[in-house]
Design a protein around this ligand. Structure first.
Ligand code: FMN
Length: 404
C-alpha cells in the first residue's frame, strides 16, 4: 500500500482550500483551475513550497548524482541507499570497518501496522544488499555476503566482506541510478514471454523464485484482489495512518527528511503533477481515496503482467532478504530493458495485519489460489509493463547520514 497522503494539511497562508488535490486529480480541468487560482499569493507560496515546476534537482536528490564518485567501500554504500524500500522508509544503517560492511535494520523506521512482522523492512534491506554486491564488483571487489549472520543480533541483516576480485561493471550496475518505481499507466502491450523467462532466470537458486501472472482472466482476478486489499487498508485507520506518516507534501519536508513518498513519485503526467503540487495539501482520507482510485484505474488496469516472489516460508528473515535481492535484480534488469515496475504489496500487508491482530487472514486463500507451485507462498508482488511515461526520482538520505 502506498498512497498520496499529506502530513501537513493545515498549511498556513493557503486560501484556496475549496480546491483539493483530489478533486483536481479526479478531473477538474487545468484551465478552470488556472482561472480559479491565478494571481493569488497563496498560489505563488504553494509553488515555492512544493517546487511545483521541478522536483528532482534539490539536495534531497543529491544521492542520485554522486553515487559513482567513491571507488572504495563508501561507494558501495552510496549504491545501497538508492535501493527500493517500503514507502521509501530507507530502514537501514551501514557500519563500515575496513573491508567489511554490516547492514543493520533500523527498527524506528518499521511501519508497525502496515508491516507488523518486518517482512517489507527486510525485503528493502535485501534490495540494498543487491545494489551493494553489484557496486562492489564494479569497484574490483569480490563480495562475500552472509545474511542474518549472528543469531544474537537479529537487527544485523547482512555482513559483506570485500576481498579484491575482478572488476565487473555490469549492465545491472549501470541501471542502479536509473531504477525508479513507476506508478503511472503502462501501455496496452504484453511483455514478451522470452523477456519474462529471462527475468525469472535471474533467480540464482530454486527459491526464491518468480512466477508470472499473464493471462487476462488471471490478471483481472489478481487485480480485483489488489483492489479489495487496498480498500481494506484504507478502512483500517491504523494502517492508513502508518502510510500517512511517510508522505512528504512540501519541498521543505522532502529536504528535511529525504525519505518517504512524494507527489513526483505518483506517476501522474507532468501537467497534473504541477497542478497537484499547486493545490492545498489533501487530507489523509483524500489521499487514501486517490490511491484507491489509482489502484483501480491505473495500477491494476494497465498491468501487463504481475510477478509473484515465492518462498517456502515468507516469515523467514533470510528468505525475505533473498527475496529483496531478487526483486531489486529484476527491477534493475527491467530498467535496463526500458520496461517499468511497481511493487504492489497491499495483499500481504492485509494478511500480516490480520495475523498480527489474531484474526483469520481472510485474503490468504484468495492469494494462494495464484500459486501453482507446491510448497511455496507469496512473499511479495509487483506489476510490470511498457511505461507510458518515465518515473521520477525519489528522495534519499546521503551515505554520510546512514553510515555508523
Ligand atoms: C518491500 C517493498 C514494498 C513496497 N510496496 C510498494 C507498494 O505496495 N506500492 C508501491 O507503489 N510501491 C511500493 N514499493 C516501492 C517503494 O515505495 C519505493 O521503492 C520507494 O518509494 C523508493 O522509490 P524508488 O523505488 O522510485 O527509488 C515497495 C518497495 C519495497 C522494497
Amino acid at each position: 500500500m502506498e498512497s498520496v497522503q499529506d502530513a501537513n494539511p493545515d498549511e498556513p497562508g493557503v486560501s484556496v482550500r475549496a480546491l483539493t488535490r483530489r478533486k483536481v486529480l479526479r478531473g477538474v480541468g487545468a484551465g478552470a483551475l488556472g482561472v480559479a487560482v491565478a494571481g493569488t499569493g497563496a498560489l505563488s507560496y504553494r509553488a515555492y513550497d512544493t517546487k511545483a515546476l521541478g522536483g528532482d534537482g534539490g539536495a534531497a536528490y543529491e544521492a542520485w548524482r554522486q553515487w559513482r564518485d567513491d571507488e572504495g567501500p563508501r561507494g558501495v554504500v552510496a549504491a545501497a541507499v538508492l535501493a527500493a524500500s517500503p514507502h521509501n522508509t530507507q530502514p537501514w544503517t551501514f557500519h563500515l570497518d575496513g573491508d567489511r560492511i554490516e547492514v543493520h535494520a533500523d527498527p524506528a523506521r518499521q511501519m508497525r501496522n502496515v508491516d507488523p512482522f518486518g517482512r517489507e523492512l527486510r525485503i528493502g534491506l535485501g534490495c540494498a544488499v543487491e545494489n551493494m554486491v553489484l557496486a562492489a564488483r564494479a569497484r574490483g571487489f569480490d563480495p562475500r555476503v552472509a545474511l542474518q549472520p549472528d543469531p544474537a543480533q537479529p537487527l544485523l541483516a547482512a555482513r559483506i566482506e570485500l576481498p579484491a576480485g575482478p572488476r565487473n561493471v555490469s549492465a545491472l550496475y549501470e541501471a542502479i541510478g536509473h531504477r525508479h518505481s513507476n506508478r503511472g499507466p503502462y501501455q496496452d502491450k504484453p511483455v514478451l514471454p522470452g523477456v519474462l523467462a529471462d527475468l525469472a532466470a535471474l533467480a540464482e537458486d530454486p527459491v526464491p523464485a518468480v512466477s508470472w501472472i499473464t493471462a487476462r482472466a488471471d490478471r483481472d482476478a489478481l487485480g480485483t484482489l489488489m483492489i479489495d486489499a487496498a480498500q481494506a487498508v484504507v478502512d483500517d485507520e491504523e494502517q492508513s495512518r502508518d502510510g500517512f506518516a511517510w508522505f512528504r507534501s512540501s519541498a521543505g519536508a522532502i529536504d528535511a527528511h529525504r525519505d518517504g513518498l512524494t507527489l513526483d513519485g505518483q506517476g501522474l503526467n507532468p501537467l497534473m503533477t504541477v497542478v497537484a503540487k499547486l493545490l492545498p495539501a489533501s487530507s489523509r482520507q483524500s489521499g487514501d481515496a486517490f490511491w484507491l482510485d489509482q489502484t483501480r484505474t491505473v495500477h491494476t488496469r494497465t498491468a501487463a503482467a504481475y510477478g509473484l516472489v515465492l518462498v517456502p516460508d515468507p516469515r523467514d528473515p533470510v528468505r525475505q532478504l533473498q527475496g529483496g535481492r531478487l526483486l531489486q535484480r529484476i527491477h534493475l534488469a527491467v530498467t535496463a530493458r526500458g520496461l517499468a515496475l511497481q511493487h504492489m504489496n497491499q495483499i500481504t500487508e492485509r494478511i500480516d495485519r490480520d495475523v498480527s491482530q489474531g484474526r483469520d487472514p481472510v485474503l490468504a486463500s484468495r492469494l494462494a489460489a495464484f500459486v501453482r507451485e507446491p510448497g511455496v507462498q507469496v512473499l511479495s508482488a509487483f506489476r510490470i509493463g511498457h511505461p507510458e511515461r518515465q518515473a521520477r526520482l525519489s528522495p534519499r538520505r546521503l551515505p554520510s547520514e546512514v553510515l555508523r
